[in-house]
Design a protein around this ligand. Structure first.
Ligand code: RTP
Length: 156
């Protein structure tokens, strides 16, 4: 038979600093695992300011941009590459609406968050952006594996 070329789709999923600090890493990874997608790469990473500004460059004229950059660079994030047919759109569904108060129950943001500015997770919005973001975050050198800042939880 004919061999059909297939390139399996990948998306970049990032657990944001609030998700890491609130201890939601396992819960969030679990949802993508249970759905059936494949985890292809993972690292704990402190996002430097220049990478954060590039990642959110489409939002650079928004009034909340400086706060968004402060938030995303405020502590370690978990960078992941997830793979599977339709993973980009499916992951966006699993994540839910940008504003957690509008996100449906059953979605990650709908179940776990209440503020747009603290919405626990990022997912790429297209296969091209998935590839690009995986290249930037997952294939970049680990610059800092800082200890968790005890902002929300105090561990002594
Ligand atoms: P993400 O890129 O994080 O997956 O989010 P998204 O596509 O659902 O939303 P987008 O419009 O691209 O916004 C990116 C992130 O910016 C923050 N944001 N804050 N204060 C505000 O009004 C506001 N709007 C957006 C959120 O953290 C959002 O996820």
């Amino acid at each position: 038979g004919r061999i059909v070329a297939s390139s399996v789709e990948q998306t970049y999923i990032m657990i944001k600093p609030d998700g890491v600090q609130r201890g939601l890493v396992g819960e969030i990874i679990s949802r993508f695992e249970k759905k059936g997608f494949l985890l292809k790469g993972l690292k704990l990473f402190q996002c430097p300011k220049d990478l954060a500004q590039e990642h959110y460059k489409d939002l650079k004229d928004k009034p909340f941009f400086p706060k968004l950059i402060d938030y995303i660079t405020s502590g370690p994030v978990v960078c992941m590459a997830w793979e599977g047919d339709g993973v980009v759109a499916s992951a966006r569904k699993l994540i839910g609406a940008t504003n957690p108060l509008q996100a449906e129950p059953g979605t990650i943001r709908g179940d776990l968050a209440i503020q747009t500015g603290r919405n626990v997770v990022h997912g790429s919005d297209s296969p091209d952006n998935g590839k690009r973001e995986i290249g930037k975050f997952c294939n970049s050198p680990v610059r800092c594996l800082s200890a968790l800042q005890p902002i929300l939880l105090q561990h002594n």
